[in-house]
Design a protein around this ligand. Structure first.
Ligand code: MD6
Ligand code: FE
Length: 209
């Protein structure tokens, strides 16, 4: 479904990575997220070294991304509840498909949505997303709540970074040449959002399996 564009202008951050400001309906996503988090609550996953991650995480969709002492992978079952991850709400998948199409990636059908919650002072170190099967599929990333500075480096961890300040409702589509670029989120500054409170929620939609 192609709808009227809600954003002011889109921008290519680096080859294959498209920024769609104010593309998402934050209130609608907030509402749809609540039953998901009741079914599969946010939790601090363990890194492979046994440390708790600073962000709190959950998932919805047929596959969910997890981290534990055995490493990173996608599972069909939530290890906390021992039940399948909650279904991906229709408003989530339709938004992700529209954003991918807008960015030039037609036919994207996400099966996994990783939900990350940040509070002020937390960050996400430089990493690559490479646990998915098909790197021809993009990742659609939705920023909700308080602002954060997202950075992207390149195919190597070392090097100069390009930063983008992401606000509530902003979407970044990450694909093509930049699909495996190192990226992360700088330490969040204190702020409060009217709906999301003192936190930032990032939804990343993937075709994992
Ligand atoms: C974040 N995002 O924005 C972290 N990964 O909180 C990611 O790690 C990310 O934005 C893959 C593709 C897009 C992303
Ligand atoms: Fe990532």
């Amino acid at each position: 479904m192609k709808t009227e564009a809600l954003f002011n202008e889109s921008r290519v951050i680096c080859p294959g990575m498209v920024y769609l400001p104010s593309f998402a309906d934050s209130d609608q996503l907030h509402q749809a997220l609540q039953p998901v988090l009741t079914a599969s609550p946010l939790r601090q996953m363990q890194t492979s070294r046994g440390f708790p991650m600073s962000v709190r995480t959950s998932n919805c969709g047929t596959a969910g991304w997890i981290s534990d002492r055995k490493g990173y992978r996608y599972t069909a079952i939530d290890p906390l509840t021992e039940q399948p991850w909650p279904d991906m709400p229709e408003v989530f998948s339709s938004l992700a498909m529209r954003a991918a199409t807008e960015a030039g990636y037609d036919g994207f059908r996400p099966d996994a949505c990783l939900i990350n919650y940040y509070v002020p002072g937390t960050q996400m170190g430089a990493h690559q997303d490479k646990d998915e099967r098909d790197f021809d599929q993009p990742i659609v990333s939705v920023s909700l709540g308080i602002d954060a500075r997202f950075f992207v480096i390149g195919p190597e961890r070392k090097g100069t970074s390009t930063a983008v300040d992401l606000s509530d409702g902003d979407v970044v589509v990450f694909g093509g040449a930049s699909r495996k670029f190192y990226h992360g989120v700088r330490k969040l500054k204190s702020a409060t959002h009217a709906v999301w409170g003192e936190c930032r929620c990032n939804l990343t939609f993937r075709k994992a399996l």
